[in-house]
Design a protein around this ligand. Structure first.
Ligand code: G1P
Ligand code: ZN
Length: 543
């Protein structure tokens, strides 16, 4: 085994977001690219020497090769120990849990989340800090700076480490502990939820389907749902992780998880359906004949979480990203809970969770989570739903109907305009900015604008300020439109238009969403002139 110091040049990178660095897989596979980024991570965190890290990923193409590179580089840089999932698999929430539970110096997660995988598709890598959450901006900035100045990296020349089964091994002076990726996570779930109650529900004939979308939650869902909870075999669909996710797009929404949605809308639908994404942090919830929007799901979970043992003492507070519907606020108001509104992106919840201000949080983009880890958590949301259903003995449709009766219904939809010309999209946002002050009081399609502003967030914990987080226009009566440009799109700009309207009339709670939102949708076009700026008369995706 030889310690090599390889001369290299700065990488043509991009600033890693809190979801780390995402690129086409072949870019990561190019000469020195992955290595440069890993060396930059060490630089960004003050070196790897003497430290212990967690390592794992979602199993996508190149996951296994990248893991070996990280191991050799960690050993070469003097890391004391790496805790790695078998075959380098770990879902994002399971990695977050291990980082916290084993009190490590952080972890490296290999994933591009819900983006497709494969040689022609995406790969990604990110660093999570010792609290288990995505690295904050000062750390990612330092990593980015390091990618621009790097001149050499250190790596051991060695055989691949066998990480195909749990146990202890070593590489140079570095210890390697290979762990079952599911074990600790499943135990955490068992602490939080009443597995006996869920198990009895399932034994009583309550049928569930979980679509793992050929991604990392397959082994987790199989072990927990079919193993510990006794759901029949076959409950987990597409449960074997594959390097290209079966050629699919592992994003749990009605577009990409259509087969599950079709099944749930059919005559023979099971009582409950769910799916998760590539790395296991997103979730989709369905009942027989009904899709639960992520915003509604968050509100229902907040209203009922205390039915699960892990939340029996109630919630410290709740939070949602700004574009997420205000269904959560209705619950918080009724229950006297603090409700925080944060910019889009999970990182903004970290401080609130660490500071004990909130217990539950979520985003409209299918992310829900709690203080049990510092990432959103797909299977956790599924199990909390099941625990609640086991206690209330209601169907998903009944739960929602009762929820809307009690709190009102926030009809909600997101329209995405993808690969729009970036300059035109920015022109549209500028034009909106220019008229924000004049909008309040005006009447658009019969709705009176109550307020209009560009969202900025002052973090109550560390005092930092995030500006330019989306333009929001609220109407009298509770309607709202939010315009924002995506921060994760890869081609041109993606315009997201979030549409919401509140209904409290008990006779109007079961309307089709598009119909209930028709006026708000028309207002969005009128105010922003979407067709004029984007050249599109219809969104590419409605969720
Ligand atoms: C999207 C979602 C956002 C989520 C992020 C990372 O970001 O909208 O809620 O946190 O992916 O999963 P966007 O593309 O809108 O910037
Ligand atoms: Zn994800």
């Amino acid at each position: 085994m030889e310690l090599l110091t390889i001369e290299t040049k700065p990488i043509e990178g991009q600033k890693p977001g809190t979801s780390g660095l995402r690129k086409k897989t072949h870019v990561f596979m190019g000469p020195h690219y992955l290595e440069n980024f890993v060396e930059a991570i060490w630089a960004g965190i003050g070196g790897a020497a003497g430290k212990t890290f967690v390592l794992g990923g979602d199993g996508r193409y190149f996951n296994d090769r990248a893991a070996q590179v990280v191991l050799r580089m960690a050993a070469a840089s003097g890391a004391a120990k790496i805790i790695v999932g078998t075959d380098a698999l770990l879902s994002t929430p399971a990695a977050s849990n291990l980082i916290r539970k084993r009190k490590t110096d952080g972890g490296i997660i290999m994933s591009a989340s819900h983006n497709p995988g494969g040689p022609q598709e995406d790969f990604g890598i990110k660093f999570n800090t010792p609290n288990g959450g995505p690295a904050p901006e000062d750390v990612t900035n330092r990593i980015f700076e390091a990618t621009k100045t790097i001149e050499r990296y250190r790596i051991l020349e060695s055989q691949d480490v066998d990480i195909s089964r749990p146990g202890m091994t070593s590489l140079g002076d570095m210890q390697i502990e290979v762990v079952d990726p599911v074990e600790d996570y499943a135990s955490l779930m068992e602490e939080l939820f009443d597995f006996d109650a869920i198990s009895s529900l399932l034994k009583g004939g309550f049928r569930i389907s979980f679509d793992a979308m050929h991604a990392v939650t397959g082994p987790y869902a199989t072990a927990i749902l079919e193993g510990r909870l006794g759901a029949p075999r076959g409950t987990v669909l597409n449960g074997t992780p594959s390097p290209d996710f079966g050629g699919g797009h592992p994003d749990p929404n009605p577009i990409w998880a259509k087969p599950l949605v079709d099944r749930m809308m059919s005559e023979t639908a099971p009582d409950f359906g769910a799916a998760s994404d590539g790395d296991g942090d997103r979730n989709m919830i369905l009942g027989k004949g009904i899709y639960v929007t992520p915003s509604d799901s968050l509100a229902v979970l907040a209203a009922n979480a205390q039915l699960a043992p892990g939340y029996r003492d109630g919630l410290a507070g709740v939070a949602r990203s700004m574009p997420t519907s205000r269904a959560l606020d209705q619950v918080a108001n009724a229950r006297g809970l603090d409700c925080y509104e944060t910019p889009t992106g999970w990182k903004f919840f970290g401080n609130l969770l660490d500071d004990g201000r909130i217990t539950l949080c979520g985003e409209e983009s299918a992310g829900t989570g709690s203080d049990h880890v510092r990432e959103k958590d797909g299977l956790w949301a599924v199990l909390l739903w099941l625990n609640i259903l086991a206690e209330t003995k209601q169907s998903v449709a009944e739960m929602l109907a009762r929820h809307w009766q009690e709190f009102g219904r926030n009809y909600y939809s997101r329209h995405d305009y993808e690969a729009v010309d970036a300059a035109r999209a920015n022109d549209m946002m500028d034009a909106l900015r220019a008229k924000l002050e004049s909008l309040p009081g005006t009447v658009v399609h019969g709705l009176t604008v109550a307020s209009a502003d560009e969202f900025a967030y002052d973090d109550p914990v560390d005092g930092s300020r995030a500006e330019g987080q989306g333009i929001r226009i609220s109407f009298e009566g509770g309607g709202r439109i939010v315009f924002r440009l995506s921060g994760t799109g890869t081609v041109g700009a993606t315009l997201r238009v979030y549409l919401e309207d509140v209904e409290t009339d008990p006779a109007q709670l079961q309307r089709p969403t598009d119909e209930a939102l028709a006026t708000v949708i028309a207002c969005a076009e009128k105010i922003a002139q979407i067709a004029h700026y984007t050249g599109r008369t219809e969104p590419d995706v409605r969720t």
